[in-house]
Design a protein around this ligand. Structure first.
Ligand code: F6R
Length: 625
């Protein structure tokens, strides 16, 4: 996720912004920039790469005689005491200096830093362009600078932000600064976090507390759908239509490492809690139409889908499980045959693949050696290759004919959680788009699925909050078990595989995961009274079969922990414990069903006192073949 920092006060702002951005490095970024305001002018510096590049560029522009002035860099004024900075993790547009923030309007009088996604940016861009705005980047964020500038023709910066906010759709937080109001920053929050840090004669704004923790521990949390006006002598909170809001000051006692984790005890827990936001970003502008999905973005030319007779999905680990859910969705909705294999197996199979096939390589890092090798091999055989990845500019994006980004932001925890749910969401979008192009679903069914996909972020948020305590208690009860079996059928099998992988990799407990129908062909011999068996029994066409499997498990005295759909009162009678997830379309239910299993694995591992963020023997990116 991108990082925002802003400052207004009495002290030189450059170092405060750079040091603040450095404290946000853990969030991941590929480019960065700062804008500062002095003597009625805004000066800006942006750089691709790590913050040392930005620091060097700021020094150069600040008149360091030892360094030659680089051509496109504006002069950073020395006396500036107000400014904004940003670290960007690319989602719309490539990793270039032009796409880095801050973005500015045509007259270079309004600068903004933005996190998140503006869903209706294309329509706004067209309108603003027709009115004379000169766009210089490929980003969605730049529309905010032009829009605020447009509204400033009739009012102050805060009035312009209010008017802009009313027109923007999406999931974002931004801070705006105008050369005409040298003592004011205005921030707006819609879903994405933004926090005020209170000082004496100086104030801070940031997307996370570590950015200003060296200066103050007094914070004011900006709630969803609020605007803040920040000046050296105070901060005003208001609703988007300008009604004032009172907000208390909270003193945080976090150390730096807790602050980086947003107050959570580990990155994994923080990232599990970020899943609603992450999925919202993945689907945002792709589900704007009620009647379908739009994937035509940089790098994804839909001619890739023309003439495709079969799909082959290749991946490793958790990404393979996301692919498995994608397979069921593509076959169910788009009626295209889909094969799957583990990348490290397929590439050594002397594989048969043709130009009539679309190969989808799923890899959150975009750098997994086996997946990359399999994608390259498929391409050499003439197949078209689509990469589904989280990292703009990663090797997978360079080795593919098209890219579908998952937009989960950086994941620090080694065990994949938010990148997984975003992969699943991206596969749902792809499956639905293929169904639309192939005409395999009635219009009403597509509309229904789009509406349900849009509701996923809210359902994820609700699920995590409501289940946290229940899952903690279940984990306490079962943390000492030394073997778990996970069972699922159809799409529930993918959920079972992922739940079991999460448990084994962070708690080091032996787990096995099976298709329910396979149980009596061997694994049933493992069951006794001491075995917890996690059964995925959410709504799906084969639920009755799954219920029979649960009965078989219980007949051996094993302990069934079921994951079921809210309102399904048949399951309680078949299980010792039931964890309910909100009802949605049965195919989408798979994404929701994984979340309690992530939490379960997490709390079991914590109960066993393990370092969940860095499990033994595992690396975040597996680049060695
Ligand atoms: C498990 C996990 C791994 C990865 C696998 C593939 O939590 O993170 O199983 O899913 O190493 O990695 P990517 O998706 O980067 O190709």
């Amino acid at each position: 996720m991108c990082g925002i920092v802003g400052y207004v006060g009495q002290r030189p702002v450059q170092e405060i912004l750079l040091a603040g951005l450095e404290k946000l490095e853990y969030r991941g970024y590929d480019s960065a920039g700062v804008s500062v305001l002095a003597e009625g002018e805004i000066a800006s510096v942006r750089a691709v790469g790590n913050l040392s590049k930005l620091r060097a560029a700021v020094l150069r522009s600040d008149g360091d005689a030892a360094q030659p002035q680089s051509a496109p860099v504006a002069t950073i004024a020395r006396p500036a005491t107000i400014g904004i900075g940003h670290t960007r993790w690319a989602t719309h547009g490539r990793v270039t200096e032009q796409n880095a923030h801050p973005h500015f309007d045509t007259s270079d009088r309004v600068h903004v830093v933005v996190n998140g996604i503006v869903e209706n940016y294309l329509a706004l861009k067209t309108r603003l362009r027709d009115m004379g705005a000169d766009f210089t980047s490929e980003t969605d964020a730049e529309v905010i600078a032009h829009l605020v500038s447009h509204h400033m023709a009739r009012g102050s910066l805060v009035e312009a932000v209010r008017a802009a906010y009313a027109e923007l759709r999406g999931h974002y937080a931004f801070v705006a600064m105008s050369a005409d109001e040298p003592e004011t920053l205005v921030g707006a929050r819609k879903e994405c976090p933004l926090i005020v840090g209170r000082g004496d004669g100086e104030q801070f704004l940031a997307s996370a507390v570590p950015a200003f923790l060296a200066h103050t521990r007094d914070v004011q949390f900006i709630e969803n759908e609020e605007i803040v006006i920040v000046r050296p002598d105070g901060v005003e909170f208001e609703t988007p239509d300008g009604s004032p809001i009172e907000r208390e000051i909270t003193t945080v006692d976090w150390d730096e490492s807790t602050a980086e984790k947003g107050g959570y005890e580990t990155f994994m827990l923080k990232e599990i809690h970020e899943q609603a936001d992450a999925v919202a970003e993945t689907i945002a502008d792709r589900t704007l139409r009620d009647d379908g999905v739009d994937l035509a973005e940089a790098g994804l030319d839909e001619s890739l889908f023309e003439g495709v007779e079969r799909i082959l999905i290749l991946a490793a680990g958790t990404s393979f499980h996301a692919g498995l859910i994608g397979r069921y969705a593509i076959e169910e909705w788009a009626r295209l045959p889909v094969e799957m294999d583990i990348a490290s197996e397929w590439r050594y199979r002397n594989p048969i693949v043709s130009e009539r096939e679309l190969v989808i390589g799923i890899t959150q890092s975009g750098e997994t050696a086996d997946t990359l090798a399999a994608m390259r091999l498929a391409r050499e055989c003439g197949a078209k290759v689509l990469a589904v990845t989280n990292v703009v500019g990663s090797q997978a994006t360079r080795d593919a004919d098209g890219v579908l980004y998952t937009r989960a932001g950086l994941e620090v925890s080694v065990a994949a959680a938010k990148t997984f749910v975003c992969q699943v969401a991206a596969m749902y979008l792809l499956a639905l788009r293929l169904a639309e192009l192939r005409g395999t679903l009635p219009a009403e069914r597509i509309a229904e699925l789009v509406a349900e996909i849009r509701r996923l972020p809210a359902r994820i948020a609700e699920l995590i909050v409501s289940l946290d305590g229940t899952i903690q208690a279940a984990a306490e009860r079962h943390a000492d078990s030394d073997f778990y079996l996970y069972l699922g059928r159809h799409v529930g099998r993918a959920v079972a595989l992922e739940g079991a992988l999460k448990l084994k990799e962070i708690s080091y407990i032996a787990t096995d995961a099976y298709a329910g129908g396979e149980m009596k062909h061997g694994p049933i011999a493992l069951l006794d009274e001491s075995t917890p068996v996690v059964c995925i029994a959410t709504d799906m066409p084969v639920l009755d079969k799954m219920i029979s499997n649960m009965q078989e498990v219980r007949a051996r005295g094993a302990h069934v922990i079921a994951v079921a759909t809210e309102g399904d009162d048949r399951i309680a009678a078949q299980a010792e414990e039931v964890i309910y997830v909100p009802r949605t379309d049965w195919m989408l239910q798979a994404l929701l069903a994984v979340i309690p299993l992530q939490l379960f694995a997490y709390y079991v591992a914590r109960k066993r006192g393990l370092n969940v963020d860095q499990p033994r023997n595992l690396a975040k990116t597996v680049t060695v073949e």
